[in-house]
Design a protein around this ligand. Structure first.
Ligand SMILES: [Zn+2]
Length: 455
């Protein structure tokens, strides 16, 4: 275990670090001319804020942050990082430090450091401890100053299988069967910010792309990642094109499966339903929604003219939420009371222990009665967050004729859900409790994620 002294870091964050103790981060500016690239690196290293820029990048990667947010105001620069979906504040920078750090990042990204108003965007490759990362950098002037958001992504996707995402074995098999069925539509869904693009990619890669002929049709401006063994076709929405531009000639080649992140318009939707119901082709699409039932209702409402055909073609809908995984190093077992088990719907005797996170008190409370600093063990794995990494909780709605009838007769979530439950459908809430029972996550975490935000 890592031992941290309760000592406030003194002095300014510019840091008087000697070059030797700086984190070994390698930036690879996206500049084709090698000489010019070298010139940029030398200029950046010569700036007094170079150590602060390196430390910010290293701290974010070490904390497994997915984003860095810098807010420049007259008073200073607020620094936040987002770890497993939760924003954390880092010590703010003074303006001279923050301004210098920003100049360094803009130079490394081959952007204009003097422009503090326009939106500027670039991707900066970064290497740290043998791992390649991409810093997706966006800066934009705002009324209070300037705002910078850096998304940090591993260059190689780390989540590659349904099990990596946290899907239980039985559901993986059900999902594969649905994806591999002919003459159907399968729908992926999640609320915004809950990992839909990742599940879309991993889910499609779990389908049988080696036996059947897969083609995707995507807006060229969406910039979707390439999928293995799926032939990609693009249309240009800015030029007024739709999937129809490529779809008609593509259909002449008799593809087995069509993958459309967005059906775009009623004409495309109608054609896709005809291809599924009459020609036995399959197609897959996705939509933002809070539940599997709601996802199909939303799709029906969006394409009213094809609502009946969509329901007829649909064989399944997946929905998900991202939850933080409990840190396996420091999670604490506790014996749930019979009342708690009953409330959760877990039969007595099924689960002996549940787990909760270890969250140390904030630094200002780590003192004894006389105000003397207490030494507190901070978990070296999760850094005292209590959680490490994320997984998805899934609900998978498998449609049958009864459930289809429910969608068509009364397309409201409550009435469709009642019918689906009779056919064994487990909701997100129930799937989440299974994840708590296995110790993957905590009750607090599923409450945080599944409690609807107050409006
Ligand atoms: Zn831990």
């Amino acid at each position: 275990m890592l031992r941290r002294k309760n000592k406030k870091a003194g002095g300014k964050s510019t840091g008087g670090n000697a070059e030797g103790t700086l984190p070994k981060i390698e930036f690879k500016p996206p500049i084709a001319d090698k000489q010019q690239e070298q010139g940029v690196l030398i200029a950046c290293r010569g700036m007094p804020q170079w150590p602060a820029a390196l430390q910010l990048a290293a701290q974010a990667i070490k904390s497994r942050a997915e984003q860095i947010l810098l807010d420049f105001t007259a008073q200073g620069v607020a620094v936040r990082i987002r770890v497993d979906g939760i924003w954390e504040s880092l010590p703010p920078m003074d303006r001279p430090t923050g301004d210098g750090v920003l100049v360094i990042f803009k130079k490394l990204c081959d952007l204009n450091p003097n422009d503090r108003r326009s939106k500027q965007h670039a991707v900066l490759p970064v290497k740290y401890k043998g791992v390649d990362w991409l810093f997706d950098f966006v800066s934009q002037g705002v009324p209070t100053g300037e705002r910078v958001l850096i998304r940090i992504e591993p260059k190689k996707p780390v989540l590659t299988t349904l099990a990596d995402l946290g899907m239980r074995q039985k559901m993986q098999e059900q999902l594969r069967n649905l994806l591999n069925a002919s003459g159907h539509m399968f729908l992926f869904s999640a609320p915004p910010g809950h990992g839909l693009p990742t599940t879309w990619r991993v889910g499609l890669e779990a389908a049988d792309r080696f036996v059947r002929d897969f083609h995707s049709i995507e807006d060229v401006h969406l910039n979707e990642p390439e999928l293995i063994n799926i032939t990609k076709h693009t249309f240009d929405s800015a030029a007024g094109e739709t999937p129809l531009t490529v779809l008609k000639s593509l259909l002449l080649k008799q593809p087995d499966v069509l993958v459309l992140p967005d059906l775009v318009d009623g004409e495309v939707c109608k054609l896709m339903c005809e291809e599924a119901l009459e020609e036995g082709r399959s197609f897959m699409t996705r939509i933002h929604a809070d539940s599997a039932v709601q996802a199909l209702i939303k799709l029906m409402a969006r394409f009213k003219g094809s609502a009946r055909e969509l329901v007829k073609a649909c064989n399944g809908v997946l929905n998900q939420r991202l939850v933080r995984r409990l840190c396996l190093e420091c999670r604490q077992p506790f014996q749930p009371s019979p009342q708690l088990l009953q409330k959760l719907g877990i039969p007595p005797g099924r689960v002996q222990v549940l787990y909760q996170p270890t969250i140390p008190p904030p630094p200002e409370q780590r003192v004894d009665a006389n105000g003397r600093p207490l030494e507190i063990e901070i978990c070296g794995k999760c850094g005292g967050r209590g959680y490490y990494g994320r997984a998805a909780i899934f609900e998978l709605l498998v449609l049958n004729d009864d459930i289809r009838k429910a969608f068509l007769n009364d397309p409201r979530p409550a009435s469709v859900l009642a019918v689906a439950r009779k056919h064994g459908f487990l909701t997100l809430q129930e799937e989440a409790i299974l994840a708590v029972a296995t110790g993957m996550t905590s009750l607090q975490e599923i409450q945080r994620v599944l409690t609807p935000p107050k409006k």
